[in-house]
Design a protein around this ligand. Structure first.
Ligand code: OFO
Length: 170
């Protein structure tokens, strides 16, 4: 059993993960329109990962006999100024999500809900990886600066990113 407060908080985070998927799909569409298919691929892969993050919350709620409650997903932005702008927004968003996960851990600790705390530790580790990988892409985009060839090199690299299905994840 999880408390009602925890149930609401977990449902809230599931919604935030769905929003992340929605945001990254919107960014993928921006990149498709900008003729940067590698960046678009990266964002699509990120969106797929966010769906698995959401489904882990869904499955945990079911496992604990709690009620899954789907809510409205906020409308994501439609446009960005540049690939640099998108990359900065992605890192900013991931830092925000890290804060949300930390707040959930704080709640689990306050409630002495050890099972939920243990479940959330997967996300604590995942956020470290997310911030690192997004930060690395941002750095490359910064280095490319105004050079189209530099940007196309990053694009070619990001075209190779593949989605690792949940079974292959830790
Ligand atoms: Fe779910 O990690 Fe990104 O938002």
């Amino acid at each position: 059993m999880v408390s009602e407060k925890m149930q609401d908080a977990l449902n809230g985070q599931m919604n935030a993960e769905l929003y992340s998927a929605y945001l990254y799909l919107a960014m993928a569409a921006y990149y498709e329109d900008s003729d940067l298919p590698g960046f678009a691929n990266w964002m699509r892969v990120q969106a797929q990962e966010e769906m698995t993050h959401a489904m882990k919350f869904y499955d945990y709620l079911v496992q604990r006999g709690a009620r899954v409650a789907l809510d409205t997903i906020e409308k994501p932005p439609f446009d960005w100024e540049s690939p640099l702008d998108v990359s900065e927004r992605v890192l900013e968003h991931e830092k925000k999500v890290t804060g949300l996960i930390n707040n959930l851990v704080n709640l689990a600790m306050d409630e002495k809900d050890h099972a939920t705390n243990n479940f959330l530790q997967w996300y604590v580790a995942e956020q470290v990886e997310e911030e690192e990988s997004v930060g690395a892409v941002l750095q490359k985009v910064r280095l490319a600066g105004n050079s189209s060839s530099g940007l196309l090199m990053v694009d070619a690299e990001l075209a190779n990113r593949v989605f690792n299905p949940p079974a292959a994840q830790k």
